[in-house]
Design a protein around this ligand. Structure first.
Ligand SMILES: Cc1cc2nc3c(=O)[nH]c(=O)nc-3n(C[C@H](O)[C@H](O)[C@H](O)COP(=O)(O)OP(=O)(O)OC[C@H]3O[C@@H](n4cnc5c(N)ncnc54)[C@H](O)[C@@H]3O)c2cc1C
Length: 406
């Protein structure tokens, strides 16, 4: 007792989820002091700063799931937020295109999901309409989703950080503060960082690729493990950019948590194509041969990872082959744009996805947020969590308000 509390709440992770959560709590509880601790020199250094920048509609996700609910709600709020704070964005729409008959059943499933989740304005389109919208794209059937857009999520995160500091008394977003451990006492916890310790009452873990480790350090044994997947992209060279007007996506295979190889025009005007998704031997490694012993050992010694590899070895090998062979990658891209050639593309960016995997080798599809008496742990927040971030922030604020008695 008698311990001075530095911050009532410490949020670990200055990605878009940590910052949106802090912002929503700051709005709801301006008297609660919040610190966001980010280990890198800048915020949004990992998933938030390495993504495709698509404001997803919510059409893909299982109706009623947290993903479906927060994506559609978060999208609308994100667009209003971007408008209010003058963050560049564009609602350019997207098409989802089937190129083979065997994809039609999944296309129908997506269409029905969209109807059940009440996504606005989408419609079925045929080959002529596909060509009208995207003259270089070839497909046998598709869905046009007009409410999909593009934005730079790092800019959104930056604004959320600024507003968090503005809205509350004594709120801080502290970069270069790596959380190392928790020193737990009866009525408070010392969050130990490389720059000293902060006494706090409550912890919110939004550490993305490190979230399972932070949970374990807090005494929570998550039933899942983060398995990192690197997603490599190519980009279109200047002369080939005319081949993509906005966003062209294939029909995703529902077995995997990826959307398939697609074309994305980004808010800076570049056009990204990919990804190729492979197991990453380093949680925060963006190069093809990056390796970290601890990360690799932890992932590969986990039963869930081995089971997943065993089940999907053929798919995994295909992705690995494409990671190192431009010709094979190109072949995948040509399914949607047959006239694309090797001179049209050059290597682009890469991102690493924090994918929670269960012990039976199942990638966790929905967002996973666990609550304890004095802590909240975001254990799975892959795509479309950036789109959904403001709605996820609301959800975390609700849990914090109730659980932490704010
Ligand atoms: C390739 C790719 C493309 C994607 N495309 C889209 C898209 O188009 N649209 C969309 O909506 N979503 C997309 N996503 C998903 C989206 O980017 C993520 O869901 C979202 O960014 C998750 O945010 P986060 O805050 O949970 O994680 P992060 O952004 O990874 O943030 C976690 C933060 O925690 C920090 N941290 C970790 N450990 C510690 C520690 N010990 N101490 C202090 N700080 C720590 C990290 O440095 C990091 O900054 C994509 C993801 C990837 C990988």
């Amino acid at each position: 007792m008698g311990q001075n509390i530095d911050f009532e709440i410490v949020v670990i992770g200055g990605g878009i989820i940590g910052l949106a959560s802090a912002y929503k709590i700051a709005l709801g509880h301006p008297d609660v002091r919040i610190a966001v601790l980010e280990k890198e020199e800048r915020i949004a250094a990992h998933q938030t700063g390495h993504n495709s920048g698509v404001i997803h509609s919510g059409i893909y996700y299982t109706p009623g799931s947290i993903k479906a609910k927060t994506c559609a709600k978060g999208r609308k709020e994100l667009v209003a937020f971007a408008k209010k704070y003058k963050i560049p964005y564009e609602i350019c729409g997207k098409i989802i295109v089937a190129t083979q008959k065997k994809e039609l059943a999944n296309l129908e499933r997506i269409f029905n999901n969209g109807r059940e989740s009440e996504i606005e304005g989408f419609e079925k389109i045929g080959p002529e309409q596909i060509e009208e919208i995207e003259p270089f794209c070839h497909g046998i059937a598709g869905i046009r989703v007009p409410c999909t857009g593009i934005i730079d999520f790092a800019e959104v995160a930056k604004k959320l950080g600024e507003l968090t500091e503005e809205k509350g008394k004594g709120n801080k977003v502290l970069t270069s503060h790596k959380v190392l451990s928790f020193d737990k006492h009866d009525f408070f916890t010392n969050v130990v960082t490389n720059k000293g310790a902060f006494a706090t009452k409550y912890i919110i873990n939004c550490a993305g690729l490190q979230s399972d480790r932070i949970a374990r350090a807090d005494g929570v044994e998550p039933a899942v493990k983060i398995v990192p997947f690197r997603e490599d992209y190519y980009e279109l060279k200047e002369k080939a950019k005319e081949k993509v007007k906005a966003l062209i996506y294939p029909v995703p295979d529902p077995t995997f948590p990826f959307l398939g190889v697609h074309f994305t025009r980004k808010i800076d005007g570049s056009v990204e194509c990919g990804p190729n998704a492979v197991f990453s031997f380093k949680r925060e490694g963006y190069g093809k041969i990056d390796f970290n012993f601890k990360d690799s050992w932890e992932a590969l010694s986990y039963r869930g990872t081995r089971k997943m590899f065993f089940k999907h070895w053929r798919y995994g090998l295909g992705e690995y082959a494409r990671a190192f062979c431009k010709r094979w990658f190109l072949r995948q891209l040509q399914r949607l744009i047959p006239t694309l050639n090797a001179n049209d593309i050059r290597p682009g960016n890469a991102g690493v996805r924090a994918q929670a995997v269960g012990p039976r080798g199942e990638p966790i599809d929905d967002f996973k947020i666990e609550k304890r008496k004095n802590s909240i742990h975001v254990l799975n927040a892959p795509s479309p969590a950036a789109t959904a971030s403001l709605a996820i922030g609301d959800y975390i604020n609700e849990i914090a308000t109730e659980n932490f008695n704010l």
